[in-house]
Design a protein around this ligand. Structure first.
Ligand code: 13P
Length: 253
């Protein structure tokens, strides 16, 4: 069976003012303009979405939001809707990142509502899951992931999930320089794929893309991509610099 089409995504988190964001996006756009066999996404901060979308227009780079709120509109100060993301040029949205869970009260329940809102409006959701160091040490990795994915996808039907992307980001590997070994990552990716198979069937299990995130660098991308169940990466720190991220997109050191 052929592997799924890779997706390499850059999560810029709370970095870059608009001038810097446009500069990096423009540079990256030039560096990857010939790439046709890998999907590429960058998720700048909300404030930079529209100018970054403009800067990458016509090239292979797609743009994503880092979060959304599930209501269509209303008195929700500080929040951003799917229509707003779409009008700023987004095709993707990251949902349930561990930093949102850790610092901003995101729960499996809110993740579930956000995925629903993304799917209903045609945005591709990148659902993040992952265990903490304590949970891994306590041998709870699989039970934690089972709960996160199970609750996050509660009440969805197979037909809803065609475009869903899952990102496995072990919390202990984010921004720490500690990467899960490729074997550790592969083991979890296989577990997640089996979860999808058990709950939604083999066709979706074979087509769904499962990204790895946590200290991905040019040095480790190829080894990760060589694993049978790793379909791409969600890159934080190493996506902030155009040259470095372009190497990751090419699976090059
Ligand atoms: P780092 O690549 O900086 O470890 O961050 C990973 C991440 O959180 C991407 O969403």
């Amino acid at each position: 069976m052929e592997k799924r089409r890779p997706l390499i995504a850059g999560n810029w988190k709370m970095y870059k003012t608009n001038d810097k964001a446009v500069e990096t996006a423009g540079k990256l756009s030039g560096l990857v303009s010939d790439i046709a066999d890998v999907d590429i996404m960058i998720a700048p901060p909300f404030t930079a979405l529209a100018p970054v979308s403009e800067a990458v227009k016509g090239g292979p780079i797609k743009v994503g939001g880092q979060d959304l709120f599930w209501k269509e509109e209303g008195a929700f100060t500080g929040e951003v809707s799917t229509a707003m993301l779409l009008s700023a040029g987004c095709q993707y949205v990251i949902i349930g990142h561990s930093e949102r869970r850790q610092y901003f009260g995101e729960s499996d329940k809110t993740v579930n509502k956000k995925i629903r809102a993304a799917i209903d409006t045609g945005l591709i959701p990148v659902m993040c899951v992952g265990e903490s160091e304590k949970e891994r040490d306590g041998k709870e990795t699989f039970s934690v992931l089972d709960k996160q994915v199970g609750n996050g996808l509660k009440d969805f039907l197979l037909d809803d999930l065609d475009n869903l992307v899952i990102a496995y980001e072990p919390v202990w590997a984010i921004g720490t320089g500690k990467t899960a070994t490729t074997e550790q990552a592969q083991e979890v990716h296989l577990f997640l794929r089996s979860f999808i198979e058990k709950n939604f069937g083999n066709v979706l299990a074979q087509s769904i893309r499962i990204l790895y995130g946590g200290s991905v660098k040019p040095d480790n991308i190829l080894e990760l991509m060589n694993m049978p169940d790793i379909d791409g990466a969600l890159v934080g720190g190493a996506s902030l610099e155009a040259e470095t991220f372009a190497k990751i997109v090419r699976f090059q050191k």
